[in-house]
Design a protein. Sequence first.
Length: 118
Amino acid sequence: QVQLVESGGGSVQAGGSLRLSCAASGRTFSSYAMGWFRQAPGKDREFVANINWNGFTTYYADSVKGRFTISRDNAKNTVYLQMNSLKPEDTAVYYCAQGYSRDSYDYWGQGTQVTVSS
């Protein structure tokens, strides 16, 4: 059974940084793409970042490009999201997902809250 467990969320002031982690188990981590998504109150879930199976290809939403970095450690079955220069509009529940491409995921984590105050 695939499990994705996010951690690292919290509260931070604008301009600060957080690093999210997502530990995966249940199938061969290095065979799958990983993604981060977020959902703010009253809004739809939106794509944040994606990384391919070997970490060589990444994609970012325009709203986070240059501030967020996605990475993975296949030896630790973990994907990361380094978030710098955080803005109040980054406040959301952040979810990791595992799947086959930037647009195709079949497993999701339970989410971790990120709150950025001005």
